[in-house]
Design a binder for this molecule. Structure first.
Ligand SMILES: Cc1ncc(COP(=O)(O)O)c(C=O)c1O
Length: 380
């Protein structure tokens, strides 16, 4: 089966958050959805459900639970019990619920920095103190040394928040790195919330995602894993997501915190999620090839531009570009004036960076590069 990821779909003046943020003169390369049409299996399943014509309150389809458990078993050899699953309308609500359910006002969360902004925001909104674990570049990979944080810890820490693979740095945590994170959690008696929303988007053919919770029974019992097909299959506007919480007491606390506040999941979202996870693999394989091509092309091109530097992300369709050498106050604002809508590094914790979304057609990426060249020429 062939899929055409070069097909340009006009999203301007649609309901797209990404394409509505700027005027027509700016190419949006920010929020993490792709410009690709979702696979036909999803569109067909949604069409059939819409044709039914009745949209009353729903229940979680048994299929969804079975497909999710089967997926964990087949992909990772991780045996997940159906009762461990909590269905959610989005992963960010899972991050916020985890902070509120598992910490009190005096208890701190720990998260990497830079990081996808809702990690920090979840702690801030709940009024929880937060410790930042600095990501550092080591031999071409962005890594996090949790033990370096030890002198700052005062025993109030309760929740370690992992982003696996990491947004914005693209790190796929290896087994020994996950083991070190688990050992740290054990030493400091931490619950671990592992956001694995990007886990299907591993671009390095030799790497495999390892769910944090699958490391051991201890990892399982102290963790909550957040998952969704939304990034993988470009259905983030629908939002079906999952928390996997093996520990019954943690699950109860999470469910209590959610009651009456976080709604049930949209019935169409669950139809899309079932179709994606059941039938979407051939499309996903093709998408990974396309994204890998985009990544390699982009990394090579960006590293030839004056003043910019980026590592090759091991996963995701997001690139973390170091613009420190440009003599501009805000790299994101500078590029925006030249027709490029990147995510500002400031939102993730480092002003000197911008984040690019390369989940777009190659033609869009080429257009972006030409705009970057023109922008940088004005600084010469
Ligand atoms: C690490 C991570 N978690 C969660 C989300 C968003 O999740 P949702 O749209 O399901 O709330 C994103 C989107 O970019 C993300 O990168």
């Amino acid at each position: 089966m062939t899929f055409n990821f070069d097909q340009g779909i006009d999203r301007r003046h649609s309901d797209s958050l990404k394409w509505n943020k700027y005027g027509d003169d700016v190419l949006p390369l920010w929020v993490a959805d792709t410009d690709f049409r979702s696979p036909d299996c999803i569109i067909d399943a949604l069409t059939a459900r819409v044709q039914h014509g009745v949209f009353g309150y729903g229940t979680t389809p048994h299929d969804f639970i079975a497909i999710a458990c089967q997926r964990m078993q087949q992909r990772y050899g991780w045996q997940v019990q159906p009762e461990w699953l909590v269905v959610l309308p989005g992963v960010v609500s899972g991050l916020n619920l985890a902070v509120r359910a598992f910490t009190d006002a005096q208890q701190s969360t720990i998260a990497p920095t830079p990081i996808y902004p809702p990690f920090r925001l979840a702690a801030k909104l709940a009024g929880r103190p937060q410790r930042n674990a600095q990501m550092r570049l080591e031999q071409g990979r962005w890594l996090m040394d949790l033990d370096a944080l030890a002198p700052q810890l005062d025993g109030s820490e309760k929740l370690l928040m992992l982003c696996h693979p990491h947004n914005p740095c693209g790190t796929v945590w290896r087994r020994d790195e996950l083991e070190a994170q688990l050992a740290f959690a054990r030493r400091h008696n931490l619950i671990v919330c592992s956001d694995e929303i990007h886990s299907d988007l591993i671009l390095e053919p030799d790497l495999k995602h390892i769910p944090f919770a699958s490391l051991s029974e201890d990892a399982e019992q102290r963790s909550i894993t957040l998952l969704s097909p939304s990034k993988t299959f470009n259905i983030a506007g629908l939002g079906a997501s999952l928390a996997i919480i093996p520990n019954a007491e943690l699950r109860e606390r999470f469910n209590q915190t959610r009651k009456g506040i976080v709604p049930e999941v949209d019935i169409l979202a669950l139809v899309a999620a079932c179709a994606a996870w059941r039938d979407g693999q051939p499309w996903l394989d093709a998408q990974l090839d396309y994204l890998r091509g985009n990544r390699d092309w982009l990394v090579n091109a960006v590293n030839q531009l004056p003043g910019l530097q980026m590592q090759s992300p091991e996963a995701t369709y997001l690139g973390w570009i170091n613009a420190r050498k440009l003599s501009v106050a805000s790299p994101a604002l500078f590029f925006e004036k030249h027709g490029l809508g990147f995510s500002p590094g400031r939102d993730f914790g480092d002003d000197a960076f911008i984040r690019i979304n390369f989940g777009c057609t190659r033609a869009t990426l080429e257009d972006a590069l030409q705009r970057m060249q023109r922008a940088l020429a004005t600084l010469a």
